[in-house]
Design a protein. Structure first.
Length: 280
């Protein structure tokens, strides 16, 4: 049975596997429709696309995807963009700006930690960065330097408090990004909605702004049934949010059936009045 994993990360953002390794994992897990959704970058997707064109990965249908950092009415929201034109000028300009803002935040964290007496350098953070620099890279650096014992400690003790104190948030307005992706011939779904503050109040507002999908994660649903989110005009998306292999982390852990994926594509096409950029 064909299935779809629409939320994966490569080492071009905060994942551990290369695009080629992601493709191999997808084949092993019988995933036919795959979206690489690196944070604020299309580099992993573009690399995977080249690999598919030049080698024997015809079992995989690769979908244009990205996970974009946004904010809306005081809540941090990650949007998953699908089916858009990967060469769209405006979208690529925003992604480049997000990379600059991510670097600026990382430098702020480095400066703050140095002021507290911790010996950590810019090179320590960049060691494992191939593309989009994220807070996880900083957390790994803190662990490698012995400043924290666990990656989670880095977030709890330093990264989360420093993100709150940082007065130049790098995220864009959620509604603006939804419109941008739509103009690029794609649609947006809200990623891991259970992590969004005040989600049940914000999501209906975002539907009015053009939000099409909602990522459904078993045991972490914010709606009691499929009918609840369908009533407000949302379509189900699903993905593993894969970053690395582990006991509870693998490609295909959370996925759509082929029928559900085709429904998402059909609804997206209708929303875009047929002007969907990626053709199935």
């Amino acid at each position: 049975m064909l299935s779809a994993d629409l939320h994966t990360h490569t080492n071009f953002s905060d994942g551990e596997l290369s695009p080629a390794e992601i493709l191999n994992e997808a084949i092993l897990k019988n995933i036919h429709y795959l979206a690489i959704t690196d944070h604020d970058t299309l580099s992993g997707y573009k690399k995977a696309k080249k690999i598919i064109k030049s080698s024997n990965f015809n079992q995989i249908t690769l979908i244009p995807g990205v996970e974009i950092s946004t904010t809306f009415e005081g809540s941090y929201i990650h949007l998953l963009g699908y089916f858009f034109d990967v060469n769209n000028k405006e979208l690529n300009e925003i992604l480049k700006l997000l990379q600059v803002r991510r670097n600026d935040f990382a430098k702020y964290v480095l400066h703050s930690l140095n002021n507290e007496g911790f010996k950590i350098e810019w090179g320590d953070i960049l060691t494992n960065v191939k593309g989009s620099l994220g807070r996880l890279h900083i957390a790994y650096a803190l662990k490698n330097k012995g400043i924290v014992k666990k990656v989670s400690d880095a977030f709890d003790l330093y990264l989360n408090p420093l993100k709150i104190s940082y007065n130049q948030h790098y995220e864009f307005d959620t509604a603006e990004i939804i419109k941008l992706v739509k103009n690029a011939g794609g649609i947006c779904s809200i990623a891991h909605p259970h992590t969004v503050k005040n989600a049940e109040n914000l999501i209906p507002k975002l539907v009015k702004k053009g939000l099409v999908g909602i990522e459904i994660i078993e045991n972490k649903k914010i709606y009691n049934s499929d009918n609840d989110y369908m009533k407000i005009g949302l379509t189900k998306t699903a993905g593993s949010d894969f970053h690395k292999n582990g006991k509870n982390s693998f490609i295909g852990k959370n996925k759509l059936t082929e029928e559900e994926f085709l429904s998402l594509y059909s609804n997206s096409k209708k929303f875009l009045n047929g002007k969907i950029k990626w053709k199935l």
